[in-house]
Design a protein around this ligand. Structure first.
Ligand SMILES: NC(=O)c1ccc[n+]([C@@H]2O[C@H](COP(=O)([O-])OP(=O)(O)OC[C@H]3O[C@@H](n4cnc5c(N)ncnc54)[C@H](O)[C@@H]3O)[C@@H](O)[C@H]2O)c1
Length: 251
């Protein structure tokens, strides 16, 4: 259930915010009162989504692999909006290779966006949150950051596992300084992209059959959990992992 004022007064930056899950997160944080900074690779799409959100949202281009871009965007946000309270490191990409077939090119690309991008976000977003009086970093990991899945998507597992542990390390670093850091682990979520990718495949059947709740999750269910971690309701949580996976990892 959307709680309209839970995030009022907070400025929240979301990466990969025009993708399936990212858009739902941006919409949910705005619906709960945050001023959302919509960032992704295509600035037109960012500005379009920001224009649809309440609360004076801003659309900016941010390639999460680019450290200079992080510096620029964080400075722009604090200059124009006065603070940064919430950072959602959502951008992530995957490749299909196994431990044997993964190529150096796909490994570098997946690690660059999905792992290094999260580190750079914390490195530059964290101090801005601390200077703004504290807040929350939510790193979107995956069940594939915790378990071996189907023995494929090797670099994605490596990156998401790193996100899980970087979260704990950063949570300890900022403990007592007002910056909470938690990882959120979605299971199989239905998005426009995943629908296209999985529709009619045996993988889809395996995903649904392996999920105790017997269905895919929705982007809104992930976004609701992000809103909770972003809010003061999660004020005593740091370095922890929240699973939105229909019970997949409980087996
Ligand atoms: N869909 C699922 O089932 C699922 C499950 C577990 C975890 N996740 C994670 O949730 C997050 C969002 O996934 P999604 O399903 O919405 O994927 P998506 O492909 O729909 O969205 C990803 C977004 O990231 C953006 N992006 C890619 N490279 C970028 C870069 N270098 N800099 C900035 N943005 C970049 C893309 O433009 C896109 O908008 C990812 O971290 C993904 O790993 C998804």
């Amino acid at each position: 259930m959307v709680r309209e004022d839970r995030l009022s007064g907070k400025v929240a930056l979301v990466t990969g915010a025009t993708g399936g899950i990212g858009e739902a997160i941006a919409r949910r944080l705005a619906a709960e009162g945050a001023t959302v900074v919509v960032t992704d690779l295509d600035v037109d799409q960012c500005e379009k989504l920001a224009g649809e959100l309440p609360g004076g949202a801003l659309g900016l281009r941010l390639d999460v692999t680019d450290e200079t871009a992080w510096e620029t965007v964080v400075a722009q946000v604090t200059d124009r909006l006065g603070s940064l309270s919430v950072l959602v490191n959502n951008a992530g990409i995957a490749a299909m290779g196994t431990v044997e077939t993964e190529t150096r090119e796909t490994w570098d690309r997946v690690i660059g966006v999905t792992q290094t991008g999260v580190w750079l976000g914390m490195k530059h977003g964290g101090p801005a949150i601390e200077h703004s009086g504290g807040g929350s970093i939510v790193n979107i990991a995956s069940i594939f950051g915790t378990v071996g899945g189907f023995g494929a998507q090797f670099s994605y597992h490596a990156a998401k596992g790193a996100v899980r542990l970087m979260t704990k390390n950063a949570g300890l670093h900022w403990g007592g300084r007002g910056v909470r850091v938690n990882s959120l682990h979605p299971g199989f979520i239905e998005t426009p992209l995943s629908r296209e990718l999985w529709q009619g495949t045996p993988r889809l059947t395996a995903m649904i059959e392996g999920t105790p709740l017997g269905r895919l999750g929705t982007t809104e269910e992930v976004a609701g959990a992000v809103a909770f971690l972003a809010s003061d309701d999660a004020g005593f949580m740091t370095g922890s992992e929240l699973y939105v996976d229909g019970g997949w990892t409980a087996r």
